[in-house]
Structures are given as C-alpha cells and as structure tokens.
Design a protein around this ligand. Structure first.
Ligand code: GUN
Length: 296
C-alpha cells in the first residue's frame, strides 16, 4: 500500500448511500427526519459549511429547516430558538454552527439542546457517554476520522495514534474513540515540546489544528497513516488555495497513506452528520438504530 491516498469522498459516498436507503425505508412509514441548522453572523466559511450540510441532507431525503441569525443576536434570543426547536416534534436534529460571536457562550447554547437532538454530539451528556464508552451521538468529524482509520487498518488495537489539536470538536472526542479501539493515544497541542519526535514514532497521525502545513513531510515515518483535518484558506501566488495542516506533497513521498485536503476528512464530517440525524430520528421514536457498527 505505497503512497495511498485515503479517498474520503468515496467512503463518504458509501455512507451517504446507506443513510439514503434507511431514510427511504422510514419514508414508507411516513417518517421524514428533519435537521434544523442555525447559523449566526456572516462568516463566509461557516456559510459554505452550512450550505453544504443542507444540500447533503436534501440529497439523502432528510428535510432541513434553516435559521440565519444576525451577528448581533443576543444569547437569550438564540436560547429561545433552541427551546422552540427542542419542543418541536417535527425536528430530529439541531445543529448550531460554531464558532459563535463573543456575546454568546457556546456551552450555554450547546447544553440547552435536547441531548437526543444533539446531532453534533457536543452536549455534556453526549460527551459524558462518549467518555464512558457508550456514546449514541458522536461528534461528526471525529467519527469520520474513526471510519477512515477503520477502512485503512484491519485492527487498530495497539497502534500508536498521535492526535495534534485538543479541540472539543475533533481532537478530544477522537482521543476517546481511539482509546476505545485500544490505540495508544498521544495528544499534542500548541504547548507540546517536540511534535516532530512524536510524529516520527506514530503509526497514526491526525492533524487537527488549523495551522497550514504545520506537519512537515519529513517528520512522518514510512508506515504512518495520516489524516489531515485542517482546512485553511491561504493566499498564494496562484491565488486563494485550501491548505491542510500537513505538507501533503512532501508527506505523500514518505507515508503509507494520507487523506488529502480537500476530499479527505471534510466529506466524512457531512456524511456523519447525516448518519447522526438518522440515528437521532430512530432513537427518538424508539426504533432500532440501523448500522451501528458503521462497517462500510
Ligand atoms: N464548526 C466547525 N466544525 C463544526 C462541527 O462539526 N459542528 C458545528 N456545529 N460547528 C462546527
């Protein structure tokens, strides 16, 4: 498996097809799952992400309801909207796109979402369940990374997994998922003293920092499998380009497999959101959750 590119688009396509099939089965029972998306402010990247999520919902038959709130919206107003969506029987999932403006405490918003509708898996209860090893709704990007790694390794047990970045969205939840797979998990972050040395020793490197080209190709060993979660817009001589956290062109010469940016982890995040919306819709109705193993 030399110089293998991990094709997130292809794996995500398979997951979306599974979700679409299950949604079609629910439709026969007149069940039509619906995701509510909330976007505050006018951050252009967030607008693109949310638009992509809504489009993806439509393609698998998940309905969506979108709420666009001004940057000046108060925390109270946002909490009122969450209350309303929690009460709405027709809504299965609630997604508040992050980051939020400074006047709003993200934790207050996330923890008001009904945990059963928390398709991001960020609520305290869902975070606690993930820690205990009985998660129901798992943060989408972390779940997407796990699925890609399961596609690459027949057994993750005993692998030395370096996760660079300790965010609640990716690094922390992924550390727990990989611990449950019996990986030896090493967390690196902005205060880690020698990331290069940690990279050299790792079987798995997941870079999720948002710092373009932080991980140099020469730091990685020839058996390493690398997931690049970062996606930054960088102005270059060739114009604006999307750049990951890993020096892709150099890394691919060294490693066993690597996910590109774009076309790697990004499509998995969206496919996992669709999957989580399906899971939420089933659980709320007491139906069996399809495909819990996510063995694609
Ligand atoms: N901002 C960046 N990633 C995410 C995500 O997975 N969910 C939400 N809600 N906001 C994000």
């Amino acid at each position: 498996m030399k110089h293998k590119i991990i094709d997130g688009r292809e794996v995500a396509g398979r997951l979306r097809a599974r979700v679409a099939k299950e949604i079609a089965t629910l439709a026969e029972e007149d069940i039509k799952p619906c995701l509510a998306t909330i976007l505050v402010g006018d951050d252009s990247a967030s607008h693109v992400y949310v638009r992509n999520k809504i489009t993806a919902c439509g393609k698998v038959g998940i309905r969506s309801e979108h709420y666009n709130l001004p940057n000046s919206v108060s925390e109270k107003e946002l909490l009122r909207l969450i209350d309303k969506l929690n009460e709405d029987e027709g809504i299965d999932g609630i997604l508040v796109q992050l980051p939020l403006p400074n006047q709003i405490a993200a934790h207050a918003v996330i923890d008001l979402i009904d945990p059963q509708k928390d398709v991001d898996g960020f609520h305290l209860i869902n975070a606690g369940k993930l820690m205990r090893g009985n998660a129901e709704l798992v943060p989408c990007t972390a779940l997407g990374c796990l699925i890609l790694l399961r596609q690459t390794f027949s057994d993750l047990s005993g692998k030395r997994a370096l996760i660079i970045g300790r965010s609640n969205i990716v690094g922390r939840p992924l550390s727990l998922l990989l611990l449950h797979e019996n990986c030896t998990v090493i967390m690196a972050h902005s205060r880690t003293v020698n990331i290069e040395e940690e990279c050299r020793r790792a079987d798995i490197v997941v870079a999720a920092t948002g710092v373009p080209k932080l991980v140099k190709g020469g730091w990685l060993n020839s058996d390493a499998v690398v997931l690049d979660v970062g996606i930054s817009r960088v102005e270059t001589d060739a114009g604006m380009v999307l750049m990951g956290d890993v020096e892709f062109q150099k890394a691919i010469e060294h490693v066993k497999a690597i996910s590109p940016v774009p076309g790697g982890v990004g499509p998995m995040t969206i496919a996992c959101l669709l999957y989580n919306t399906l899971v939420a819709a089933c659980r709320r109705r007491g139906l069996t959750v399809p495909d819990k193993t996510l063995d694609l």
